[in-house]
Design a protein around this ligand. Structure first.
Ligand code: ADP
Ligand code: MG
Length: 230
């Protein structure tokens, strides 16, 4: 599903080069529930942004579903993002002047689906997240956990193959964090590959495989539960 070989990424600011990813090798199979752990500044978001085709890399290769992701036109990149990938962020990234249902429906707007139809589908996804009663509420009327569930519904609505989550519980209290992780586990059971970046041990322990990023490479990994292909 995802295959990285010898991946390098540097940032250039002025005359300074910051070499963040230093030849990273990684394989993630379809249907895995994986976390990527590492201290702050270790390059977790950089890696996730490359996986999400939100940023480019300098050297090596990234294959998504056997397609080499490199020098894509913005149109092609958007095609993969819209059809393959769902995103969840620490800060939820909801649109403040749209209600929960409209936020969830947004990806379908970009697919040209009528307002009536996309709102109906958005309601179904909100219902799955236990938020049907909150459909008409604005983001500032929702708790952190509710906002993240809205964001997860929005990520799910375009039926992605992979969900990429960058510190999805970073702004939540521990009880709510566990609820969100349980939700991710449920979503993973429907066959969606989940890649969760976190620096919290408790969160990574809710995933089946923990990948440790350090000094720009994968230092080690820990398989908690073998994938079962039944
Ligand atoms: P993490 O998510 O693990 O905290 P990041 O991937 O965000 O780490 O950042 C890795 C390093 O790259 C940090 O030192 C950060 O300051 C730097 N960095 C991240 N994004 C940029 C950027 N757009 N320009 C320059 N430096 C960046
Ligand atoms: Mg980060």
């Amino acid at each position: 599903m995802i295959e990285l070989q010898g991946l390098h990424k540097s940032y250039f600011t002025g005359n300074n080069e910051l070499h963040v990813l230093k030849g990273l090798d990684l394989k993630i199979e379809h249907g895995e529930l994986v976390s990527i752990m590492g201290s702050s500044g270790s390059g977790k978001s950089t890696l996730l942004n490359i996986l999400g085709i939100l940023d480019s890399y300098d050297k090596g290769s990234y294959k998504l579903n056997n397609t080499l992701i490199s020098n894509l036109s913005e149109k092609k990149a958007a095609h993969y993002r819209n059809n393959m990938l769902g995103f969840v962020f620490q800060s939820f990234n909801l649109i403040t002047f749209k209600n929960a249902m409209e936020n969830v429906a947004l990806p379908l707007y970009y697919q040209g689906i009528s307002r009536k139809k996309r709102n109906k589908i958005a309601l179904e996804y909100l219902d799955r997240m236990g938020l049907k009663e909150w459909a008409e509420h604005m983001p500032n009327e929702l708790s952190g956990g509710q906002k993240q569930r809205v964001a997860i519904a929005r990520a799910m609505i375009s039926k992605p193959k992979v969900i990429l989550a960058d510190e999805p519980t970073g702004a939540l209290d521990s009880a709510t964090s566990i609820e969100v992780m349980d939700l991710f586990r449920e979503i993973n059971k429907t066959g969606i590959t989940m890649i969760i970046v976190t620096h919290e041990k408790d969160i990574s322990e809710k995933t089946d495989r923990i990948i440790y990023l350090k000094d720009g490479i994968i230092e080690s990994e820990h398989i908690r539960k073998e994938m079962s292909y039944v």
